[in-house]
Each structure stands twice: as C-alpha cells, then as structure tokens.
Design a binder for this molecule. Structure first.
Ligand code: ADP
Ligand code: NA
Length: 286
C-alpha cells in the first residue's frame, strides 16, 4: 500500500552559536550545516526507511531540486512535488547548552497547488493512507478528499493550531500529538483527549514514552532508555514509523513498539532527515 504525505519540505540552516543572540546583537557562529528538514520531508524519509511506499505531495522552488533529489534517494516517490515560490526554510540557532531558537519561512510550502493534490490522490486506493502535519496549505481539503476516497487519514498536529486540528478532525482515523499539543487541544476544546471523535489517538511523551487512546481505553508504553544527543526529528521519526507499521498490517501495539525504537535511536543521532534510521538499523539496535 502507499502512504500519501502532503507535507512541508524545508532547507534547514543550522548554526552553532555560543549563546542565542539578543536584540541588536551580532555574533559569529562556530559551525554551520545545511540539510533537508521540515516535518513533512522527515516523515516521508522515515516512512520509506521503515520499508513502506511513500508518495510526497508538496512544493519547492527552483532552488530546491537537491531537496527533491535527497527525498528520491531515500526511496520517496517525488513525482507530485511541484515548483512554486522559493523553497521553505528554517534558520536554526543551537547554543552550547543545546537550547535552540528557530525561524521558519514557509515559502513554497504555502503554495501547494490543488491540481497537484488532486492528481496525486487520483492514484490512491482505499487501502492507502493519507497524512499531513499542518505545515502546508490545503490540508483540510486534501484530508476530506482522501477520506471520501476511503483512505485511512492520519494527522500529526504540529506546529499546533486548534483551528487546524478541528478542520481535519471529521476525517481522521489517527491523531498523533505530543504532550504540549495534547494539553493545548484539551484546553481549547474543553474536552479530554480521550473524548475526541477519532478512533486512535497517540500522545507522545518524549523520554516517558507514549499513550494510546482507543474506545475510551488508555494504554501506556514506556520509551527505550537511551542517552540523548539531539532530540530533533524524534517525533517525526516516531510518527513515520508508526504509520508505516500500520500500513504493513501490524496491530497498534506492535506499531507503537517499533516506532518507539526508531524514535529512541533517532535521539542518539545528531541531525534530521539524513540520519533517520533504516528498519534494519532499528531492529539491530534494540
Ligand atoms: P516531539 O519531538 O514531536 O515532541 P517526542 O519528544 O514526544 O516528540 O518523541 C516522540 C517519541 O520518540 C517518544 O514517544 C519516544 O518513543 C521517542 N523518544 C523521544 N525522546 C526520547 C528519549 N529521550 N528517549 C527515548 N525515546 C525517546
Ligand atoms: Na536526533
């Protein structure tokens, strides 16, 4: 089966700095790295490395051919990535204490064309899955279209907006949130997470593992203990692996167990898309 991912593609510009710059301050970076990022691209890479078929739906600029090539070399189907504005990017400062600050520019991610979404989903079958993450335009429209075609629809809600979650909620079979996002959603809707009208809800808790809600029942899963190096991309790796494992027919318990291993291995690695582990690396590590 195929997982259709309407998702962001970013150029991550990562600067190591002695401290985060204050207002009016100019400082020198101690190192610089440019790489593929964006929650959408990260999840597509995770899905492909987990051994599932992934078709990425998105948009980059003429400057972004290398991001498309990087996705393709990870095994992602890139036929439905089109050209619009300059490629989205993230300027990321990381200080010596590991604290960061990030400025996002959506760029082409805000200009995904409805024709491209329709052309991609025209290829989908009712055994396929659709996912989006609130980093592109058209997600509610695409989720509705995918739902109408009978696809399983999943949503990983970050950057968090209660409005965006509410717009896709009627179509969702799976919602993945981190703890902060779950709190925000509860506050804004006034209802406990367990009462949302979505079959499966997974709340990730970092080093504390995750919680799975279905049919009013809650189950807790511990994380694999590791020494963290860089938590960037752990959530995207977890979600990509979770959806890939479900696509491959695994029951939720087994899918969460595999996703937890992939997420744990990811926090031991510095970097984002390029260091997302393969299935073989995950099964050999734990
Ligand atoms: P996000 O990056 O979206 O906030 P989390 O930090 O909750 O997501 O991480 C997602 C999943 O990755 C967790 O549920 C867990 O399985 C795994 N994970 C994250 N951090 C750690 C850690 N320090 N040790 C082990 N596993 C982790
Ligand atoms: Na990492």
């Amino acid at each position: 089966m195929t997982i259709f991912n309407l998702g962001s593609i970013n150029v991550d510009l990562v600067y190591r700095v002695p401290h985060l710059p204050g207002p009016g301050e100019t400082i020198a970076s101690t190192s610089f790295k440019k790489g593929l990022g964006g929650k959408g691209a990260n999840m597509s890479v995770a899905i492909a490395r987990a051994g599932s078929r992934c078709t990425h739906i998105g948009s980059v600029g003429d400057d972004g051919q290398w991001t498309v090539d990087t996705l393709a070399s990870a095994g992602v189907d890139t036929r439905h990535i089109h050209r619009s504005l300059p490629t989205g990017h993230a300027v990321i400062y990381v200080d010596d204490a590991g604290e960061n600050s990030i400025v996002l520019n959506a760029g082409a991610n805000s200009c995904v064309s409805s024709d491209v979404v329709a052309a991609a989903l025209a290829e989908a079958k009712d055994t396929d899955t659709f996912i989006c993450q609130n980093e592109t335009n058209l997600q509610a429209e695409a989720a509705q279209m995918a739902h109408a075609k009978g696809l399983s629809v999943a949503y990983a809600a970050a950057p968090f907006s209660a409005e965006a979650v509410k717009a896709v909620l009627p179509y969702l079979g799976l919602l993945v949130l981190n703890e902060v996002e779950a709190e925000q959603l509860q506050t804004e809707t006034g209802h406990p997470i367990s009462e949302l009208p979505v079959r499966d809800i997974v709340v990730t808790l970092g080093a504390a593992g995750c919680r799975w809600y279905r049919g009013g029942q809650r189950r807790d899963f511990a994380a694999i203990p590791v020494t963290p190096v860089d938590t960037t991309g752990a959530g995207d790796t977890f979600t990509g692996y979770l959806i890939a494992a479900l696509d491959q027919g695994k029951p939720m318990e087994a899918a969460i167990a595999l996703a937890g291993k992939a997420g744990a291995l990811m926090v031991t690695r510095l970097g984002t898309a390029e260091v997302i582990p393969t299935l073989q690396e995950v099964t050999e590590a734990f």
